[in-house]
Design a binder for this molecule. Structure first.
Ligand SMILES: Nc1ncnc2c1ncn2[C@@H]1O[C@H](COP(=O)(O)OP(=O)(O)OP(=O)(O)O)[C@@H](O)[C@H]1O
Ligand SMILES: [Mg+2]
Length: 454
């Protein structure tokens, strides 16, 4: 393996020397700089695999280095004499791997450096893998060869080997969880657990103990001690789904756990160290959730170090056909059948709007396959919008919305109107709305509570 290089930037010569020694001991070739200017000059000569930056330097703020266009900052860690939450958040927002306070905690520094070397090894492995799979129009379990998806594959390949927190955004059914699993399986954590938690589906009273665990007798029903999801995911990846649905007070606790890398079980005071990489997801716009006050901004910065936007299926061109062939082939294997698509059916697949994205497509394929003995015809598929034969169960009522209405109000109106149209069939309503049944129940509980108060 090639030797990795580090650059230590600090104007305190003693501190710098001792840091350089520590980093050298971990097998890095170390250069030193005492100012932003010197660091720039050194990086221009040769990039470094990791830069350790003091925040306050004689000629400026160390973070300026992270801002430099083209400065090959593969990874950097911020070191501060006085840790303020603001500067830490700012550093993470700019993509710092971590921030350390003086005096530097040695084990933490070692673990950061270990990540850097493992990441370099994995990057090489993933790069070769990427080349091979791309030819086949897939990336791990992800199918599709559209440009939009190729860009997603690139992002996954880049971020998977790092320790960065990833936020996967996209409409319902676009494959956010599958992306999270792919990131895990291409990371150094792949041999350790992948634990998925749907923040919108756990009752607010239980979610704290579900995440952090509890001691026996800590609340009614806690008849034995239990590990939370964080402990279960130790060494692996924790997937936090629907993060905008998490109760606010829990967001505070979650932030604390992420900062401290330790959990405290409900009913205990002991902090248990956990080593977890967090990948989170949402099908809502998290910035709007912040504006609406349902998501803490500092938590969003923590989780959103590296965003990945999954395009809706209707923006993936022919991927719909590639996916349909893939799903049908899988069904043929499972059922030992030999069904196939007619050209007309494939054409119709391309015309449909797919509000439920890949999940909806998979369901439509399965249904069509069941309804057909051999060749799937266009008639076996739903009818595109605007054509006459309306699907009987589809809601056809219009909703009038005035400009100036808030998104959450529109959402509420839409959910209630859809339910009414479907005679209260929640399962069907959730499908039509493209949200999970659990989310629908949660929303209704909120509206119910509001109605009871009002
Ligand atoms: N690119 C893809 N290739 C193959 N299968 C896919 C792809 N994207 C999604 N799927 C499949 O579609 C289904 C939905 O994917 P997933 O659960 O990851 O979506 P999601 O974005 O998390 O949805 P939601 O917002 O409703 O939770 C799964 O069965 C998944 O395996
Ligand atoms: Mg999901």
């Amino acid at each position: 393996m090639t030797t990795l290089s580090a650059l230590v930037v600090d104007d305190d010569a003693d501190f710098r020397e001792s840091m350089a020694l520590l980093v050298e001991r971990e097998g890095f070739v170390v250069r030193q700089a005492d100012s932003v200017g010197t660091a720039r000059a050194l990086l221009a000569k040769a990039p470094a695999d990791i830069v350790l930056i003091d925040l306050s330097l004689p000629d400026g703020d160390g973070l300026e280095l992270a801002r430099d266009e083209g400065a090959a900052l593969a990874a950097f860690v911020v070191i501060t004499g006085n840790a303020s939450v603001d500067s830490a958040v700012d550093a993470l927002r700019r993509g710092a791997l971590d921030y350390l306070t003086k005096p530097v905690d040695q084990p933490r520094l070692q673990s950061v450096l270990a990540h850097v070397s493992r990441a370099a090894a994995l990057r090489a492995e993933v790069a070769s893998l990427r080349g091979e799979l791309r030819e086949l129009g897939r990336f791990g379990p992800l199918i599709g060869r559209s440009k939009a998806m190729q860009e997603v594959y690139d992002l996954i390949a880049r971020v998977a080997p790092t320790e960065a927190s990833v936020l996967v955004l996209g409409e319902s059914g676009t494959g956010k969880e599958l992306v999270a699993e792919t990131i895990h399986s291409q990371s150094r954590r792949k041999a350790r657990p992948f634990v998925a938690v749907n923040c919108g589906a756990i009752s607010p009273t239980l979610i704290e103990s579900e995440l952090f665990g509890h001691e026996r007798g800590s609340f009614t029903g806690a008849d034995r001690r239990r590990q939370g999801f964080f402990e279960q995911a130790d060494g692996g990846t924790l997937f936090l789904d629907e993060i905008t649905e998490m109760p606010l007070e829990l967001q505070v606790k979650l932030l604390r756990v992420l900062e401290a890398r330790a959990v405290t079980r409900v009913g205990s005071t002991e902090a248990i160290p956990v080593d977890v990489r967090v990948v989170s997801a949402s099908n809502r716009n998290p910035k709007q959730a912040v504006e609406a006050g349902s998501l803490r901004e500092d938590l969003l910065y923590r989780l959103n170090v590296f965003p990945i936007h999954l395009p809706p299926l209707r923006e993936r061109g022919d991927d719909v056909v590639v996916l349909a062939e893939h799903f049908l082939a899988a069904l043929n294997r499972r059922e030992a059948t030999d069904k196939r698509w007619s050209d007309a059916a494939l054409l119709r697949l391309r015309e449909l709007p797919w509000p439920g994205n890949v999940r909806e497509l998979r369901n439509v394929v399965e249904r069509a396959a069941i309804m057909t003995d051999h060749v799937i015809a266009a008639e076996d598929l739903p009818v595109p919008e605007g054509e006459t034969a309306a699907r009987p169960a589809e809601p056809d009522g219009a909703l009038r919305v005035n400009v100036g209405t808030s998104i959450s109000e529109v959402e509420r109106e839409l959910i209630l109107a859809t339910l009414e149209q479907l005679a209260g069939d929640k399962k069907r309503a959730a499908e039509v709305l493209g949200i999970s049944l659990k989310t629908l129940y949660n929303r209704l509980a909120v509206y119910g509570a509001a109605a009871a108060r009002g």
